[in-house]
Structure formats: C-alpha cells, structure tokens
Ligand binder design. Structure first.
Ligand code: PLP
Length: 414
C-alpha cells in the first residue's frame, strides 16, 4: 500500500529492513540497537555520523549546534520560550520603566497557534512579558481560514523581541513559506516573493531570536537563511525516523545558563528542556531515543547516497507539482476545490483539497483505499483530503495518486 499519512508517516522499506537487522545486531557488536548502551563507542560514533550527515546536507554553519532531544514539537513550543526568555534576562536583567520582553508570533495555521497557546500559559503570570501576534493569516483570508501565507505588508514585528516564532510548514492546513526568496540575490528587491518568509523585514544588525518549526518539512529541501535562525527544530516522525526524536539546530548564543537566569527572575527550566544542558552533554546527558536516532542515521545515509538534499528537493518539487496540477484540472471540471493555491503558500509536503458534491469525498477515499492508498483523509479540524508527500513517498507512488485523481474526475463527470 501507499501511505500518505501526515505523521507518523512512511519510512523507506530498505531502511526498515536495515533497522530490523540492527535490532538484533547493531554495527557488528552482537548487541541490538535497542539494547546497547548509548555511551558505547559504537553508538557515539553513529551519533556523530548522523550529526555530520545533517550538517553536511543542510550546510549548518559552525555558529550552530545540532542537538538530539525528546519531547517532540510540543516540547519545543515550551523549550524555545524558556530558553530564549532566559537568554533575554541574562542580556537585560532589569527592565527600565515601560520596557517589556516581547515574544513575537507569526500565525499561519494550527501549529503556530498551538505554539502561541503554550507561550501564553508559560508567561501569563510573568511581569514584563508580552506576546505579540505579528500577523494572523486567518484574519486576512477572505475565507476566514488558514489557507495562504500573509502578504509582507501585513507583518508587524516588534522592534526588539526576545523571540520571533514561525512555523515553516503548517502540517494541518497545508500552508508553507515558499523558498523562492532565498534564491533572490537582493532580498530587499521589489520583486521579492510575497509568499516567502519576510526575512528582509526583521530587525537588522543583531543576532536574531528567530525560531522556526520545521517539523513537517525538515530535510525535504534546503533551509533558507539557516544562519539567521536562533533555533530550528523538527520532530523526526515525518521525514526522518519514528516518533521520539526531535532534531534541533541551535545557535551558540542560545545555549544559556538557565539556572543563572532563573536566579534573576526568568522562569526555571527543567534540565531536559535546557539547550545548554543538552549541548554540554553532547545530546546524551540522559538516555536518548536510541532507536529513533538509529533510523534517522540510516535515512540520512540513504539520502546522501541518493544525491542528497538537492536531489530530494527536485523530486519533492515534481511530486507536489503533479498533485497541484491534478487538483487544478479537477477544479476546471468542478470535481475538486483546492484549499491552498500552489502559488499562495501551498505546501510541498501536505497538499490539501476538497472533493465537491454529495458523498463525493467518501467515494474518493473509498476508491483510493481500493487502490491501496492510505491516510488521505484531511485533518479532522479542516476536513477534505490531505496527501502528505514526505521524502519516503516515492515519485512513482505520487504518480499513481495523480493518475487516480484524473480517473476520479473522469468518472464523476461522465
Ligand atoms: N509542529 C508541527 C508543524 C507539527 O506538524 C506537529 C505534529 O504533527 C507538531 C508541531 C507537534 O509535534 P509533536 O507531536 O512531535 O509534539
């Protein structure tokens, strides 16, 4: 069958076979990966290699650390607030009259809203801390829905925030920042892509507290302006590995002494959420999710062998183009209705659309099921259809979906 699940999602069969063998015998040690000490030299070597594969393919600069954590994207909704508030308190221990610590949130879908909600509950009782909604894309949509990236003119960044949060790919709503602006040699140029993240509008001349949730797009294409980010994080369970592992890219100045900050009035930070604790302990200050890390390493090795991130980007581009094209064809015949336009922030990884007409959605899903295509039902909060086209979903498999979409349109209109 073909698994279009939004997460946990498909993993390459060859990697699963290798991982199964590793469960019995890891790296020729005679001990299984789930049973071997995370401090063994074999596991540490594997961890180093996994980090190197990420650094190399994403071209992570030496200013940034690659860390492996647990707690998922949800854990990071809290961790980014706690670590960056601690950083701000260490830089500015006392606030002058009228001064505040502002956390900026860009809202483009349900995950960025969830991140804001977590920040709200963590900071509600803290004096001098304020949350700012930089932009709420839903309020700007004629459909009152998260169905596009906002125009750059609508962003309202704070002058000197302690944190700036955005979700690069909204898994539920299928909205993603385009990366076209990255290839623009002059980011302030008038022809800058309005669907990209507006890096050119951010405060200039300082180390930005910029945080990006890459949970559902990590390693699917290069990361624009990676070096400008304070923290990039991704739960592994979409493109990389089974759930349980969260991959972080953290700039050195965000590895702060959270205990010292707490003495100055910052909220206390549990060790497992502290970036410095994780970095000082080389990602193994406590027991890491060894099996997830193992699969991640195998997936990343396979990626490199298949041509690396650029090769995957090219394939992923063709995959999404095929599905969006089929949606547009179905729209012309009145059978489909796209939820997010391909050129308006339509996600490469999670493509969402509706099937128009009485019982038509059920017919579509039933036909898909008969062809072995699984997990195409949209998220319960938005309905419709969602096809997740993560790295492990092969181009031929997406071609089968596209073929089925065309057949379905024919059947519905004749
Ligand atoms: N952020 C994004 C973009 C997600 O897609 C998800 C989960 O699907 C999360 C955060 C939450 O991640 P987790 O379930 O790992 O806590």
């Amino acid at each position: 069958s073909i698994n279009f699940s939004a997460g946990p999602s498909a993993l390459p069969p060859s990697v699963l076979a290798e991982a199964t063998a590793g469960l019995l015998d890891f790296a020729g040690t005679g001990i299984g990966i789930a049973e071997i000490s995370h401090r063994s030299k074999e596991f540490m070597a594997f961890l180093d290699e996994t980090e190197a594969l990420i650094r190399e393919q994403l071209q992570v600069p030496s200013t940034h650390r690659v860390l492996f954590a647990q707690g998922g994207g949800t854990g990071q909704f809290a961790a980014v607030v706690l670590n960056l508030l601690a950083r701000d308190v260490l830089v500015r221990p006392t606030l002058a009259e009228g001064e505040e610590r502002v956390l900026d949130y860009v809202l483009t879908g349900s995950w960025s809203k969830a991140a804001l909600k977590e920040a709200q509950q963590l900071t509600a009782a803290l004096p001098g801390v304020r949350l700012n909604t930089v932009v709420d894309a839903k309020a700007l949509s004629p459909n009152n829905a998260y169905d596009r990236t906002p125009p750059h003119s609508a962003y309202n960044f704070s002058a000197d925030p302690a944190l700036i949060f955005y979700c690069e790919n909204e898994t539920v709503n299928g909205v993603q920042f385009s990366k076209a602006s990255e290839s623009d040699p002059s980011p302030d140029a008038a022809d800058i892509d309005e669907t990209g993240f507006p890096f050119h509008l951010l405060p200039k001349g300082k180390l930005l507290p910029l945080v990006a949730d890459y949970s559902s797009s990590f390693m699917s294409r290069p990361i624009p302006r990676l070096a400008d980010h304070a923290v990039i994080y991704a739960g592994a369970q979409k493109n990389i590995a089974p759930a349980g592992l969260t991959i972080l890219i953290v700039r050195e100045d965000c590895l702060v002494d959270t205990a010292a900050a707490a003495l100055l009035g910052a909220p206390p930070v549990p060790s497992v959420l502290s970036y410095k604790y994780l970095a000082d302990g080389k990602s193994v200050p406590n027991t890491p999710p060894v099996f997830s890390i193992y699969v991640a390493g195998l997936v990343l090795r396979r990626m490199k062998a298949l041509g690396g991130l650029e090769a995957f980007e090219a394939v992923n581009r063709r995959k999404k183009e095929g599905v969006y094209r089929a949606i547009r064809e179905g729209e012309e015949r009145g059978v489909f209705r796209g939820k997010v336009g391909e050129g308006e922030g339509g996600s490469w990884m999670n493509v969402v659309w509706e099937v128009v007409g009485d019982g038509a959605e059920e017919r579509f899903l039933k036909g898909a099921g008969e062809r072995g295509m699984k997990s195409l039902k949209g998220h319960r909060s938005v309905g419709g259809i969602r096809a997740s086209l993560y790295n492990a979903v092969e181009e031929e498999e997406v071609a089968k979906l596209v073929e089925y979409m065309r057949e379905f349109v024919e059947a519905e209109t004749t």
